[in-house]
Structure formats: C-alpha cells, structure tokens
Ligand binder design. Structure first.
Ligand code: GTP
Ligand code: MG
Length: 199
C-alpha cells in the first residue's frame, strides 16, 4: 500500500495520516472493532445502559451492558500510514455527535449485522450525504446468516464500487484487512484518472 495523496496535514517529518470514522447501528460492534485494532489503549466513552430505554434493545447482543455516549478513538500504523479511527455512538439520542466526529475524515466504515440490515439505512444515507468514501463491514455474529456480497449489495442498494468486507470485529487481523480495504478505496476514489490519450 502506498501513502495516499490525500493524507491529512502533519508535522514536518511525521508519517502520513488519515482519519477514519466508523458508523453503524446500536450494538453492531464499533467499540469492539476499535479496541481490537488499536495500537494504543483505545479511548472509550462507555456508560452503563439504563433499564427501560427503547434504544437499549440488546436481544441480539445479550452480552452488551454498556453503550458509547460520545465516541471511540484508536490509532494504528498500516504500512507507514497512521490511521486515526473514530467510532460514533449508535444510540439515536447521541447522533448529534456525528457531524463533529466526521469533520476532516478521509473515509468511513459502515458496520452492519445481517440480522437487521434495515437498521443501517440511516448510516448509509449519512455517509452518502457527507460524501465520504466508505466500505461496508459485515460483522459476523454467531447465528447470523451469511450472505454473498451480491445479496448484501442488493439489500442495501449499494453502488457497484462500494467494497463489502466480512469481519470479526474482535479479531485484529480481520479489522486490519478491513481498514486496508478502506484506505485502498479512498485512494481509488480520490486519485484522478490519467488523461486519455488521443492518437
Ligand atoms: N460474537 C461476537 N460478538 C461481538 C462481535 N462484535 C461485537 N460483539 C459483541 O456485541 C456487543 C456489541 O458491541 P459494541 O462494540 O459495544 O457495539 P457498538 O456498535 O460499539 O455499540 P454502541 O456504541 O452502543 O452503538 C458486545 O457485547 C460485543 O462483545 C463479533 O464480531 N462477534
Ligand atoms: Mg460503541
């Protein structure tokens, strides 16, 4: 992987860097993903979930006891490029944070769960609206059906060039592969095509 031309400004001599934002529905694995891949101790803003809140449906993720109330943050190096990874909060009441978190981002990951793909439409609309290149990460939960990428693409009405990557959000190598796919997609989307040559 070569350093992308759109790398964020950095101190002289520092490595090229990119800001990446994770989004996706409540409990889909965003905080887990940041924790799995970060080279530093991730910064989290978890709070215990309150009983009786309609936003706190953990029927599909029974082990979940906390939710992100502001953001997640982690950092890793991939082939000389520093990736700053920010996770957004999934609960509706914290969506107002998204605009602040997304500022300056080069690309995004929309994390989805095949048991509730419809919950991801709002997140896909958002990354389209803010014109961020993105990849879709299918987090494979136990018991969730596995679908071919073509079926996911059709169900989510994704453009043909949006990469779809199966992940285990708990697995560092799996998440690194996902983020490399995103950086390559960002490079492709932001590198102008060479001029056509007329003979
Ligand atoms: N089996 C399995 N469990 C997972 C996986 N990813 C996350 N989990 C579990 O699913 C739950 C949800 O994970 P979180 O990482 O908190 O989800 P989130 O998207 O950050 O949630 P919010 O910030 O509240 O929207 C946790 O209990 C995780 O341990 C996965 O790949 N496989
Ligand atoms: Mg979270």
């Amino acid at each position: 992987m070569t350093a992308p031309a759109i790398a964020a400004p950095r101190p002289a001599g520092g490595p090229p860097s990119l800001k990446i934002v994770l989004t996706g529905p409540f409990g889909v694995g965003k905080t887990t993903l940041v924790g799995a891949v970060s080279d530093i101790a991730p910064v989290t803003t978890e709070a215990r979930m309150s009983a009786g809140n309609a936003d706190d449906d953990t029927s599909l993720t029974p082990a979940k006891t906390t939710t992100t109330v502001a953001m997640d943050f982690g950092r890793l190096d991939v082939d000389g490029v520093t990736l700053y990874v920010y996770g957004t909060p999934g609960q509706h009441r914290f969506w107002f944070m998204w605009d602040a978190i997304v500022r300056g981002a080069a690309g995004s990951v929309v994390v989805v769960d095949t048991r509730r793909l419809q919950d991801s439409f709002r997140h896909l609309d958002y990354v389209d609206h803010v014109r961020l290149p993105y990849v879709v990460a299918v987090n494979q939960f136990p018991g969730a059906r596995s679908y071919p990428a073509s079926a996911i693409r059709e169900a989510l009405a994704l453009a043909a060039d949006v990469p779809i990557v199966d992940i285990d959000a708990r697995d560092r190598d799996s998440v690194r592969r996902l983020l490399i796919a995103l950086v390559e997609h960002v490079i492709t989307r932001t590198t102008p095509a060479p001029p056509s040559v007329c003979t």
